[in-house]
Design a protein around this ligand. Structure first.
Ligand code: UDP
Length: 387
């Protein structure tokens, strides 16, 4: 095999590493992926009947405050000026998310000023000290108080994670800002937008380099393939972006992952819900949210008598399911430490991406981490022959 590097997995992490090594370091890179398409879970495609771009593995919203990542991404795609906003249905009423002055005033049927709203939430959150709150539930209550937590987070989180919120990390809830203004942008980042001609076009341009070959439907663990774990290890350096527990045959036990199921429908209406993502806060509704993809690209010329919606359901992944979200309970974190030790000892292999590191990385974080891996590990390795 005449290559300098094998990358397992063609998601943003894998393709960014591949591109940097191919372009800046002049290395020949082979990227393999088990699926029939590139891009991992960021892959999108046009729904055939309507032409509406559907994010096959759930909505992907690009946002970052990292200048380098933003500049890097702009080499391969232009971005629209899409700004993500999310609403949540609770007891038959629609509320804006994340929790803002609008949510607070609507929920309590008040017209509080920012100062008054802060005072009210502080009173309701007083039972828990933010500084010491570590788990999801304590952190949420310390930030927004128990009533808002119970309305907008408890039921949704029960469906999304099916794990006691006291077992989940507090960092998951702090992904969402809390604001005492009427600003209802979902993200706080400096830059935000969607790729003008879609995620797949962006990913394909990232992979499009004479030093990169992408081989699809190639399973790293299938020893009968030319490029498998058994015959590559020790011969060529490997960047592995699949699940870290799978790599080690679950030797330290299985890490828990959430997977998603999607129910897609083409409806004979121009607009189903008036917005791209509607969350369903209550446990009684089996899905967590409904995506309506036309709203991600209002600038496109989509048919106005049809729309594509996708209901999202979350459940524990079992073998054969696609892992999406690391659950990250205390038990998982113990196993992860053991896997990290194994990973460190694994000669010639570096682990990266959401699945390879068991971290809840957003796209911009995966891209940033890939750039750092090239800077800190691969450049010294290839350029200076360091280990
Ligand atoms: N969350 C919630 N209610 C909502 C939205 C989010 O309880 O309406 C919680 C939920 O536990 C979720 C976490 O906040 O997993 C992070 O939300 P985010 O929107 O970042 O999740 P993602 O879009 O990555 O699935």
């Amino acid at each position: 095999m005449n290559v300098d590097l094998v990358v397992v997995g063609s998601g943003f992490f894998g393709l960014t590493v591949a591109r940097q090594c191919a372009e800046d370091l002049g290395k020949k890179v082979l990227v393999i992926d088990r699926r029939h398409h590139i891009g991992g879970n960021a892959y999108s495609e046009a729904e055939p009947e309507t032409g509406i771009e559907v994010h096959r593995y759930g909505a992907h919203l690009f946002h970052t405050s990292n200048e380098r990542v933003w500049e890097y991404c702009n080499r391969y795609t232009k971005f629209t000026d899409y700004v993500h906003r999310v609403f949540s249905i609770y007891q038959g009423e629609v509320f804006p998310l994340p929790v803002s002055l609008a949510t607070i005033n609507q929920y309590f049927r008040k017209a509080l000023s920012p100062t008054e709203a802060r005072a009210l939430v502080a009173e309701q959150a007083g039972e828990i000290d933010t500084a010491t709150a570590e788990n999801f539930e304590d952190k949420a209550i310390s930030l927004i108080g128990r009533p808002l937590y119970e309305a907008f987070f408890r039921g949704y989180t029960a469906k999304q994670w099916q794990t006691d919120p006291r077992e989940l990390p507090g960092a998951t809830v702090t992904r969402l800002p809390v604001r005492y203004t009427y600003d209802n942008r979902y993200f706080n980042d400096t830059y935000e937008g969607l790729p003008v001609d879609g995620y797949t076009a962006w990913l394909e341009r990232l992979a499009d380099h004479p030093n990169i070959e992408v081989r699809l439907e190639t399973d790293f663990f299938d020893a009968s393939q030319e490029v498998s774990k058994t015959n590559v290890l020790g011969n060529v350096p490997v960047i592995y972006t699949g699940p870290v527990d799978t790599y080690f045959d679950n030797a330290e036990g299985e890490l828990s992952w959430r997977t998603l199921d999607f129910e897609q429908e083409v409806l004979p209406v121009g607009d189903f819900q008036g917005t791209s993502v509607m969350n369903y806060a209550e446990e009684g509704v089996p899905y967590t949210r409904i995506h309506e993809f036309r709203h991600f690209h209002p600038e496109r010329d989509y048919p106005n008598d049809k729309t594509v919606i996708m209901r999202e359901f979350s459940r524990f992944a079992t073998s054969g399911d696609e892992p999406y979200y690391p659950v990250n309970t205390a038990e998982d974190r113990r196993k992860l430490l053991a896997y990290r030790d194994l990973a460190k000892q694994e000669k010639g292999v570096l682990f990266g991406g959401r699945l390879g590191t068991y971290k809840y990385l957003d796209m911009h974080m995966a891209i940033g981490a890939a750039l750092s891996m090239v800077d800190n590990k691969l450049t010294p390795h290839f350029r200076d022959g360091a280990a």
